[in-house]
Design a protein around this ligand. Structure first.
Ligand SMILES: Cc1cc2nc3c(=O)[nH]c(=O)nc-3n(C[C@H](O)[C@H](O)[C@H](O)COP(=O)(O)OP(=O)(O)OC[C@H]3O[C@@H](n4cnc5c(N)ncnc54)[C@H](O)[C@@H]3O)c2cc1C
Length: 450
């Protein structure tokens, strides 16, 4: 009844999870669903922050709403999923009466102004008609099917914003003439010639290429997890996807913010003005580390459910793959591969040290370990990115050796080397924070925080 119109874009959909008291913690959801004699339910409650909760760009809006049945157990085990359309749908597929699901306010936000964010009231006028999806009390499990896809997609939002910010900053850096070259020049030069601008552009470019390669690898593993003929390969790929979803979501969005920040910096004062558009990327990027689960929530998922619960088994397997790439890098000659190999080796050692600490100490001192959750997520992102770029550099090297003269390939190797020198270099420091930073973050008593 709903899917063909939603897939064609005739109708749009929403996900209604968040309530004023239930943000990161969905166990606190209070929206009620009361069973009716005809098999439908009446939904009562308020949802906040609902993306595209109301608009007039489609003839119907299909809300997927999390709510509790009267006899539901406490916590996340008592949450069910309901379809609550804006207009009820008749048996023949035509639109019926207006449902009791209304937008009561649209939020004013710092970014993503093209995306309306609605406060939704369900059931103020007798109850919104809803239909149960699947089985009672399994709603969060179903919602997670969508949320895992959405988490990956929000990671891509970080990447996409980064790419736009980079293209704009690069164009501006080529155009803006300011100052002479630091080594001396007859005339003023375009700012792209200044070493600090070049460093910022390369930081943007290298991170974008690393993020893109990682997201493609996770997408390919997702396909293999669903379609591979060998059940063992399916399992292995699914484990990789499960481990990496919080990294793709958390690291690509945190890095997206850094890239958008550099984009503004490259524009100088013009970056602070709205008319250049550089500031918009920074404002738009800011939400990506918050919705679909904050970076803190992604990081807790990574260290708890994805790492400690299985004793670090998948991480060990991933480290094994990284080591295979490292061995291949080591077999190549030249300064680029030497630098890449040294940095990747330290990066792998940092992931191993921090991962082992988390897997072994999670049970004993979870508060101290959790202080390092976000630093560990960043460490995983940075080292995975370095691994991906090393793989790309190896392919590029093979192409050059086979006589391909496309300048894309030497640029790829140079970018991978830059990443090793400037970004992978952060890995040992992050491992240090994970392993030794827990106690001091918790040492100042709450009343002494200020
Ligand atoms: C523009 C926008 C669009 C949105 N779209 C939707 C939508 O379509 N549907 C929907 O249902 N929701 C939507 N949301 C809601 C969004 O998913 C939540 O804002 C988000 O999950 C965080 O919840 P919260 O705002 O209540 O923050 P809180 O949960 O109060 O978090 C505040 C801070 O505490 C931290 N924190 C909380 N709990 C923990 C913990 N256990 N461990 C460590 N740190 C923790 C967080 O990381 C964060 O830094 C949207 C929000 C915005 C702003």
């Amino acid at each position: 009844m709903y899917l063909p119109n939603m897939i064609s874009g005739k109708w749009t959909g929403t996900m209604n999870l968040t309530e004023p008291q239930a943000g990161s913690d969905l166990a606190a959801i209070r929206t009620r669903a009361e069973p009716q004699a005809d098999g439908t339910y009446r939904i009562f409650g308020q949802k906040i922050f609902i993306t595209y909760g109301e608009h007039d760009m489609a003839e119907n809006i299909v809300h997927l709403v999390l709510a509790r049945l009267p006899d539901a157990p406490e916590g996340v085990k008592g949450i069910s999923l309901f379809v609550v359309p804006k207009y009820l749908v008749n048996a023949d597929g035509s639109l019926g009466s207006r449902n009791d699901a209304y937008c009561v306010s649209i939020e004013h936000k710092m970014g993503i102004h093209a995306s309306p964010t609605a406060v939704m009231a369900f059931g103020d006028d007798g109850g919104a008609v809803g239909t149960l999806v699947g089985r009672a009390n399994e709603g969060l499990k179903y919602m997670f099917v969508m949320m895992n896809a959405a988490r990956y997609a929000v990671g891509l939002e970080g990447l996409a914003l980064s790419e736009r910010a980079y293209q704009q900053a690069l164009a501006y850096a080529r155009e803006r003439v300011q100052g002479r070259a630091i080594e001396g020049s007859a005339a003023a030069v375009a700012i792209v010639n200044h070493p600090d601008i070049r460093r910022m552009l390369m930081t943007m470019k290298a991170q974008i290429e690393a993020m893109r390669a990682l997201s493609y690898s996770v997408a390919a593993a997702h396909d293999a997890a669903n379609r591979h003929p060998d059940p063992e390969a399916k399992k292995r790929n699914q484990a990789f996807v499960d481990l990496m979803i919080p990294v793709v979501k958390g690291w690509l969005t945190e890095t997206g913010n850094e890239v958008a920040y550099l984009g503004v910096q490259i524009h100088g004062g013009m970056g602070f003005l709205e008319e250049t558009g550089a500031a918009q990327h920074m404002r738009d990027a800011r939400i990506t580390t918050i919705y679909e689960g904050t970076t803190g929530i992604q990081a807790n998922d990574l260290i708890g459910r994805k790492l400690a619960r299985e004793g670090g088994a998948t991480l060990k397997a991933v480290v094994g793959l990284m080591q295979q790439t490292l061995a291949e890098v080591r077999r190549q000659e030249g300064a680029e591969f030497k630098a890449m190999g040294a940095a990747l080796e330290k990066g792998i050692a940092a992931v191993t040290e921090a991962g082992t600490y988390i897997a072994t100490q999670y049970g004993a001192d979870v508060r101290a370990v959790a202080v390092g959750a976000v630093p560990f997520l960043k460490l995983m992102g940075i080292v995975s990115g370095g691994w991906m770029l090393a793989r790309a550099a190896l392919v590029a090297h093979g192409k050059i050796a086979a006589g391909d003269a496309d300048p894309y390939f030497p640029a790829k190797i140079a970018t991978a080397r830059f990443y090793a020198d400037h970004l992978l270099a952060q890995a040992p420091g992050l491992a240090q924070v994970v392993v030794h930073g827990g106690a001091s973050a918790l040492a100042v008593p709450e009343e002494m925080l200020g």
